[in-house]
Write a protein that binds this ligand. Sequence first.
Ligand SMILES: Cc1ncc(COP(=O)(O)O)c(C=O)c1O
Length: 447
Amino acid sequence: MPYTFARSQELFQRAQRSIAAGVNSGIRKLEAPVPLYFTRGSGTNLWDADGNHYLDFQLGQGALLYGHAPAGLADALAAQARLGTHWAAQCELEIEVAERLQAMIPAAELIRFNNSATEVVTAAFRLARAHTGRPLILRCEGHYHGWADEGLVGFANPADKWGDDENPARFHPSKGVIPAVLEQFVVARWNDPEHLRRRVDQFKGQIAAIVFEPALCNTCCLEPVTGLMSTIRELCDREGMLMISDETITGFRFGASCAQGYYGFRPDLTVLGKAIGGGMPFAALAGTREAMAKIISGEVVHAGTLNGNPLCLAASKWCLDQIRALGAAHPAGIQKLGSRLMAGLTALARQHGVPLHPQGPGLIFHTVMLKPGAAGGAVRDYRDYVRRHDAPRWAHLRRCLLEEGVRAIERGIWSICLAHTESDIDEALIRAGRAFQRHAATWQTTA
Ligand SMILES: Cc1ncc(COP(=O)(O)O)c(C=O)c1O
């Protein structure tokens, strides 16, 4: 029997009387049929307030690279909690975590800690402007860099506001943003090195940094085309701009040296979040000594009461040690599992006549649902995605999956974690088979 969600419905009704809109992050409202309330997680398993069991591929928006509630992490947190959760001062743990990052990521010569990647992105932009004395940041369509004023310019422009192909618009989805923020950005399309060169030339001498998700996980898991990373590096060196790799999702998921090791490039600044804390509110800015100079001199302000708090540090130390212990087995292990899941979903889609197309490097992937009549083949960039993705039909399948106990991110992003096993993938595909069957039968009647 498909799942029902009466208790979550009841809790959501109650929440709306005390929590604005009933949720604490806007996107959580997107979960259909209702924002779910969870009671327990263990490994790859998650249970909601109605007692429904899920095989989880949402994984705390990708942060839980080690699965839910791993025993070692719980022990590390408990031990630290007994010693103290917050000192707003120094402790040896912060050096231990920073030294691990230095050892794992060649471009991480120096580190600063924060509690969210949104904060780190803001710090990186400030640092880049101070370092170069220039006002603009170049960013690409479809890349998400946190929810602050500066993070969202040009992230997901609606089609009627995205500007022409050569001049993507500086649109911000939120009201209340400082109007001048929009003028501080140049937006480019992703995965078109020649277009990027033209954008840089157009704003010559004004751009402080190029920021990007090295694999565009927030839109279709688009890996960089050959030559893109070397083009960005070359442009940054030639023009004196900083190269900022936002590895909030890719960090440690793509291996101990992150996506920069996986694809072989060396940024000036790196944004780390999610998996660095395994579900604790922890994030870091890593950079070359030269790029971090204005933080060292104090000319750039970087602060925060909870920065480098011992509880988050204890979690991070445990997380990083898991990655280091895996050596060459990571990310190959999760990539193999993810690729099997992608292949299984592709086979189910074909079997049930559903135009679903998983794409991505396996460690994480995106399921794109093609609109009727849309051309097949991999999605190329954000505009291509908006043109071809059938969002209502994906939402219908996603709900069928949820009701069979398979949970992916609402937008269609699936993450694999170190706790997933071959039998989890088998079980997920059995459940997905039932979901596809129900979707194929009911979508035709409801569309
Ligand atoms: C690439 C990227 N950068 C930055 C952020 C912001 O991270 P946080 O939610 O920790 O502030 C996210 C969050 O999903 C992200 O995916």
